[in-house]
Design a protein around this ligand. Sequence first.
Ligand code: IPD
Length: 314
Amino acid sequence: MDIDLAQLRDRLVTIALQAGEMITSAKPSTLSSGTKKNTADLVTETDRAVEAYISTELKRLYPSFAFMGEETYTPGQKLGPEPTFVVDPIDGTTNFVHRHPYVSVSLGFAVDKVPTVGVVYNPFTGKLYSGVRGQGSYVREVGGTGNPTTTTTEPKSGTGTATETETDTDIHRLPLQDPAPLTGLDSCIVISEFGSDRSGSNWKTKADTWARLGRSKDEGGAMVHSVRALGSAALNLCAVAEGSLDVYWEGGCWAWDVCAGWVILTEAGGIIVDANPGTWHVPVDHRKYLAVRGATSGQKELVEEFWANVEGTL
Ligand code: IPD
């Protein structure tokens, strides 16, 4: 099947901008949100409304393609080989509820389970990332509303229309700078996440690994520059694609959290491997990932060094 991937990307951009309007005009609160599997697994009416909008648009434009979305996922649903949109309407729901502006719309497209097109948009900062397999990845600014605590009566610079994206002039290919060599974990800034699974060996592996990553070398640690946790897997992958973060390590997120960012990262020269030591090629629905930025050298060595610091199994 011949699919015009550039046209598909442009359509995803238009949908992402419109979804962003829905997100920035909503008034989330910790009181009006609900939970899924536990009190750290949040969902809002806006998540559901945005996904309904996105899936309706995609069904209209591509009636024969499959759809997998966070809010309509049913246990047992598998990503198949058919062309599939893999969508997180709000990646960073916890931030959205708390009005912290690290939030994105994550629109991925996979063929044969391979991430092929990705669009990630933060409607608060106006940063829009896109990538097409084999055609590079890019970032541009399309407005944004600033911090979500601003009221909806203030003027907004973004209209969410396709015309707006056509007039953007500042489009940058990723990574943003020539990728420097990776010389070792002790010169890296790492991002990781709590996730919503806070019990058992998974949590212990995370906590012990973070402790080891940060600890001084004299005491057996890797002493990375720091470990961040910002709350959106899709934006984390985009930050690694840009080169503003070196490494992202996470166990527990889903295909819709990573599919779009995967294309953006790998088109920028980054790699994604298993979060647990040993496996260099993992599928998009693997749920445990280690992502490393593009580099002129040292990527493979850095993965091996990171794996040597994983305390247990995710
Ligand atoms: C979550 C975010 C978070 C990650 C979780 C995801 P959501 O997605 O990406 O950073 O740690 O694993 O589930 O729930 O905000 O769409």
